[in-house]
Design a protein around this ligand. Structure first.
Ligand code: UFG
Length: 355
């Protein structure tokens, strides 16, 4: 049998009982599922809470294969406080990582009420239950979208926040504000607000990854589906931006690097008496849409049919992170390149096409 380098968990699972239990809302989703693995690899006990509104059972199968066992799981909508309370009662977690939220920028402009209800209500339910059950550590899944269109690059956490360009972005701004107010009122509550840039890639096993329903909105799933023949061609949304090659620039980060930051944030929260800090999570450099496509084609030796289309409404021209705060306070840095991310994304797509 070939050795699977990512299976690290079984070896030290015996010590898990004495370790911290972490409730992972949205734990069956894209970033959540990768974080579950990172938690286990660092001796935490993750408990997944997910309503499966935007996650797929195939991810659970992949998780089980990677881990060698099925992690604890509750099917629960986090806006249903009565049901979520039962999970808190049963599990008595030590900390919470709150991913559960709707996340499509475009969809949020069409269904703003649904987004406000879900994203804000779920955080409020989690917070109220944390208070009731005396759980003091929260890692919150935020986004660089809280900056709107930044005036200076790279974006630092202290940059002035512009109005959000979508209801989705506004929910993240509001949730960050709620957490800031909640920690001010109750200093025993400690929060890390993790502002993700553009997560891409998949677990190196190819067993879990991003599974968008329907036509993907995001660049990398669209590239992989085009390469796999599911989509006819990739439309590049505009090549007349004021960037070197005319296409938009983003800070792409491997999902496993991002997952690792959640563990670092938990470790950092443990050292604090009080805290509510925001952290940018990105590579600290930008790549254009064209560079991403060209890198994908080169590293995977797979063609992708491309056409230049008009600009996409709401797109920011260019944004990348100053991630120095996460590096110095969380002792976190990215380890995987754009090329590696795109190789892993393709491995996952091929595995999906077979399965
Ligand atoms: N793009 C294309 N063609 C596509 C898809 C995307 O050219 O088919 C371009 C976009 O126009 C953009 C770049 O690829 O220039 C990246 O687009 P994504 O949709 O992959 O990512 P965004 O930067 O728009 O959005 C991401 C997350 C959001 C988050 C936001 C924060 O998807 O959840 O970053 O800026 F809020």
């Amino acid at each position: 049998m070939t050795k699977k380098p990512w299976v690290k968990v079984r070896a030290h699972s015996f010590i898990l009982r004495s370790m911290k239990k972490v409730l992972v809302t949205g734990g069956a989703g894209y970033i959540g599922s990768h974080t579950v693995i990172e938690l286990l690899n660092h001796g935490y006990i993750p408990v997944i809470v997910d309503d499966f509104s935007n996650s797929d059972k195939r991810v659970l199968k992949g998780l089980e294969e990677i881990l060698g066992f099925a992690p604890s799981l509750y099917r629960c909508d986090c806006t249903d406080k009565a049901v979520l309370k039962k999970v808190f009662e049963a599990e008595m977690p030590d900390a919470v990582i709150h991913f559960a939220a709707f996340k499509a920028v475009g969809e949020s402009t069409e269904q703003p009420v649904r987004y406000y209800r879900n994203n804000i209500d779920s955080l409020l339910c989690v917070l109220e239950l944390m208070q009731e059950f005396n759980v003091c550590e929260l890692v919150f899944s935020s986004s660089c979208t809280v900056y709107g269109q930044p005036e200076t690059l790279p974006v630092h956490e202290k940059c002035e926040q512009k109005p959000a360009t979508s209801p989705y972005g506004y929910t993240k701004q509001v949730c960050e504000r709620i957490l800031t107010d909640a920690t001010t009122a109750n200093p025993t509550l400690r929060c890390a607000l993790l502002r993700y840039f553009n997560p891409i890639g998949a677990h190196p096993s190819g067993l879990i990854g991003e599974l968008p329903y329907g036509v993907p909105n995001n660049l990398v799933p669209y590239i992989t589906q085009t390469a796999a023949g599911i989509r006819e061609k990739l439309i590049i949304h505009g090549n007349d931006y004021a960037t070197p090659d005319g296409t938009c620039i983003r800070d792409y980060i491997h999902v496993c690097d991002l997952a690792n930051a959640h563990v670092k944030a938990l470790e950092w929260l443990d050292t604090k008496v009080s805290a509510c800090e925001a952290f940018n999570l990105g590579q600290g450099m930008g790549n254009s849409v064209k560079e991403v496509v060209d890198t994908f084609v080169r590293v995977n030796a797979t063609p992708v049919k491309v056409e230049i289309g008009p600009r996409r409404a709401g797109d920011v021209e260019q944004v990348w992170a100053d991630a120095s705060k996460a590096s110095s306070l969380l002792q976190w840095k990215t380890e995987r390149s754009l090329a590696e991310s795109l190789k892993d994304a393709w491995k996952w797509q091929k595995q999906l096409s077979i399965g």
